[in-house]
Unconditional design. Structure first.
Length: 302
């Protein structure tokens, strides 16, 4: 990696740490949304740099759909235990029962939309006034519209037309009672930046990000893992492929990519050569419509 690349990562790191410290300084009850994916793992690493040797000024919070990859869940628990920070887990399944919500139907019945109910309930339960998330602007069109401090109203809703200017790294965290903010410290990072930073910092990741054998079915050009959460039919042909995951969401809505990349250097080479975004290539739920993510965000999604 060149000196110029190293300096660029230093700039991104410095900005992200500044944003985290701004969240800690401006809000009374912040939280860090943590899924066990590479972006939220990077956030935890940045938080260690921002606040050690002290404790984090916020807990880690995972909204568990019940459809997660086990590798991500195992990593989540191991990381929280190893750094000695508080992990709060709230389950979508409990919300479904409590609120008598209808489970999605279909071949890939994703609970992604239902996460919003659980997240908003968790914010209310713990009176969180800010939630730190790992969204990046290069992931998806709706996320490119977000400010770094993104205000949600008293109903948890987001209005992309009513956002605050952010000039000269000045972030306005002033909110009214009932409102909360989603803060995005790595908003200016790309997928390639994340991987270069992970390589430089020697950050451990779940094994799911590296090439491995997995039973999958091919659906509309995507490789979807065989699991108890999808409905196989007679036309589905189970094949064993050498794959890895670019992004880690639910097993119902996250596709794998065929790959032999077993180390970070190989992954970086693959990403550099690809012309497709990670969500565009691997997220089934984002293909529902052009505005799928924006609609979910308007209703309170991460």
């Amino acid at each position: 990696m060149s000196n110029q690349q190293l300096y660029y990562l230093d700039q991104l790191e410095s900005e992200a740490i500044h944003i985290m410290r701004e969240v800690a300084g401006q809000f009374e009850r912040p939280a860090l949304l943590f899924s066990g994916g590479k972006d939220s793992i990077t956030l935890v690493h940045l938080a260690l740099k921002a606040f050690r040797p002290g404790k984090f000024p916020f807990p880690l919070v995972h909204i568990d759909t019940g459809h997660n990859f086990q590798e991500a869940l195992d990593y989540r628990d191991q990381l929280a235990n190893s750094i000695g920070e508080k992990l709060i887990v709230r389950k979508v399944e409990d919300t479904i029962k409590t609120k008598n919500l209808s489970e999605p139907k279909g071949k890939f019945a994703s609970r992604n939309a239902l996460q919003t109910f659980t997240l908003l309930d968790t914010i209310e339960e713990f009176k969180f006034d800010a939630c730190i998330g790992g969204a990046r602007r290069d992931e998806e069109k709706a996320r490119a519209k977000e400010r770094i401090f993104s205000v949600r109203d008293e109903f948890g809703q987001w209005d992309p037309k009513l956002q605050r200017p952010e000039l000269w790294n000045t972030y306005n965290g002033k909110i009214n009672k009932g409102e909360n903010v989603r803060a995005f410290p790595i908003s200016n990072w790309t997928e390639l930046d994340i991987w270069n930073y992970i390589r430089r910092e020697n950050i451990d990741l779940p094994s799911i990000y590296f090439s491995h054998k997995r039973d999958v079915i091919e659906h509309e050009g995507q490789l979807v893992a065989v699991s108890p959460f999808i409905k196989l039919d007679e036309a589905d042909k189970i094949i064993n492929k050498q794959v890895r995951y670019r992004t880690v969401g639910d097993m119902t809505c996250t596709a794998a990519v065929e790959s032999t990349a077993s180390n970070i250097n190989d992954i970086i080479k693959e990403i550099t050569a690809t012309k497709t975004s990670e969500r565009g290539e691997t997220r089934i739920d984002d293909r529902v419509s052009e505005a799928a993510m924006e609609d979910r965000k308007k209703n309170g999604y991460f």
